[in-house]
Design a protein around this ligand. Structure first.
Ligand code: XMP
Length: 493
């Protein structure tokens, strides 16, 4: 009944997730028993198959700490200087909680007469040196500072006394314990004489209210959150990589929309030679030929997708790409033979798409729009037509390229910039710490329906031709969505 993937994806059509549907199989285990632990690359295990995309409206420090705490990972974007990209890693890796206020620092004799001094943070920490690396003397909460009428005084004259310090790697339970025993509403995290952050009781309460995952967070061999980073394939990216390695990067992604290039093959070989311990993800690719070249050059993971992203215009502008379901299946069918895990990148807009990507051969899914608009995504919320939204933009949009991300979309010599992405906004989705556990549960239910108790088992069912699927006609797709109601509200949890 139905088609094998082999047959379905060899008929000359480019299919995306919505085109195809799995036939249910046999259930002999509970949804909670589905194990979605996986590998991002050859040597990097994850307990959650979710990866945050290297985009400047998705992955900076807060996303990196949150994704790692859930058992996934974020790839910090490179649309900034090497030192600021390295500092995103440093900040995320300086804590073992998914809480980040990114405080600003100042000298006790500073006069704070403008809120610029807070640099967008709710706290200003006052240290001997005016930087994170000196003795903590006190702090100023922006909320209190705003109401002051004596802003011409030096901060030392009105700062609050320094909060209790706890070690940087304290977990939520320990932090909460200290707050309770010392009757404090906040503590500072400290590492090697450096003040890392100011954690408030309010933030601890917020995080405690989210569902708890049984799986462990992603901690690397250094005992810190695992964080990845994107780089390009230019000469200066070698220097960038050096910064990132010093900051403890756990995996590096060569960020290109068409990865099968002499530049990338050379960069893969360079990374493997200079940093043999560091796993490198190549891409993006959508064909078996592209994948084979990168595998031969030594990649440890493959990023799959071209033009399938929600903000992409690559297929429209360049007439090149592939439907994402076909791309994931085709690349996975060759990558698994060399033990190279596949990352299905782009086009994920619901849990069903994740089930499809993972069952068609991917080991993880990389998401942009699904995570943008969250509390942890960079940027501030705005209101558009009465809706709370956050900006989300393609890295190939003119706006992002003006900031420097053109290396991903233009060859080294291109002088005229042509956009391959758009700038937009997505709805406020709350915290990833809240909606990712629900998404995970939905994916588990999908796996249960197809009779797969793990990602490996889904791959085995696909390759042994047990897992069957079909293409949905336009009418079947309409039928598969909510239809025939005068009004309804879509709520998943
Ligand atoms: P989603 O669908 O998750 O896609 O929002 C995220 C992925 O889209 C890719 N990306 C782009 N592709 N033009 C493109 O053609 C762009 O401007 C652009 N920006 C991001 C990227 O692979 C990302 O992970």
């Amino acid at each position: 009944d139905g088609f094998t993937a082999e047959k379905l994806f060899n008929q000359g059509f480019s299919y995306t997730y919505d085109d195809v549907i799995f036939l249910p199989h046999y259930i002999d285990f509970a949804a909670d028993a589905v194990d979605l632990s996986t590998h991002l690359t050859r040597h990097l295990p994850l307990s959650l198959p979710f990866v945050a995309s290297p985009m400047d409206t998705v992955s900076e420090s807060a996303m990196a700490a949150a994704m790692a705490s859930l058992g996934g990972i974020a790839i910090v974007h490179s649309n900034t200087s090497a030192s600021s990209q390295a500092s995103f890693l440093h900040t995320a890796k300086s804590r073992r909680v998914p809480i980040l206020s990114d405080p600003a620092f100042c000298h006790p004799s500073a006069v704070v007469d403008h809120d610029d001094a807070f640099a967008g943070s709710p706290f200003l920490l006052v240290t001997e040196t005016g930087t994170s690396k000196g003795k903590l003397l006190g702090y100023v909460a922006k909320r209190d500072w705003t109401n002051r009428t004596d802003k011409d005084l030096k901060v030392r004259d009105y700062m609050s006394p320094p909060p209790t310090a706890v070690p940087w790697n304290a977990d939520l339970t320990r932090i909460e314990g200290v707050m309770e025993s010392e009757k404090k509403n906040g503590v500072v995290l400290v590492r090697d004489e450096e003040v890392v952050d100011f954690v408030t009781k309010e933030e601890v309460e917020r995080v405690k209210g989210y569902p708890r995952l049984a799986a462990a967070g992603s901690v690397g061999p250094d005992g810190k959150w695992m964080v990845g980073a994107a780089i390009g394939t230019r000469e200066e990216d070698k220097e960038r990589l050096e910064h990132l390695v010093k900051a403890g990067v756990n995996v590096v992604v060569l960020d290109s929309s068409q990865g099968n290039s002499s530049y990338q093959l050379e960069m893969i070989k360079y990374v493997k030679k200079v940093y043999p311990e560091l796993d490198v993800i190549g891409g993006n690719v959508v064909t078996m030929y592209q994948a084979e070249n990168l595998i031969q050059a030594g990649v440890d993971g493959l990023r799959v997708g071209m033009g399938s992203g929600s903000i992409c215009t690559t297929q429209e502008v360049c007439a090149v790409g592939r439907g994402q379901a076909t791309a994931v299946y085709k690349v996975s069918s060759i990558a698994y033979k060399s033990g190279v895990p596949v990352i299905a990148d782009g086009g994920i807009s619901n849990s069903g798409h994740i089930v499809k990507a993972l069952s068609l051969g991917a080991s993880t899914v990389m998401m942009g729009s699904f995570l943008a608009g969250s509390h942890e995504a960079p940027g501030a919320y705005e209101y558009q037509n009465g809706q709370r939204v956050k900006k989300y933009r393609g890295m190939g949009s003119l706006e992002a390229m003006t900031k420097g991300s053109d290396a991903r979309y233009l060859g080294d010599t291109a002088k005229l910039k042509i956009a391959q992405g758009v700038v937009g906004a997505v709805k406020d989705k709350g915290s990833v710490l809240n909606f990712i556990p629900y998404t995970l549960q939905a994916v588990r239910q999908g796996f249960q329906d197809i009779g797969a108790s793990s990602i490996q088992s889904a791959h085995d069912l696909l390759r042994s031709r047990v897992l069957r699927l079909e293409v949905r006609s336009g009418a079947a797709q309409v039928e598969g969505g909510v239809h025939g109601l005068v009004s309804y509200e879509k709520k998943y949890f």
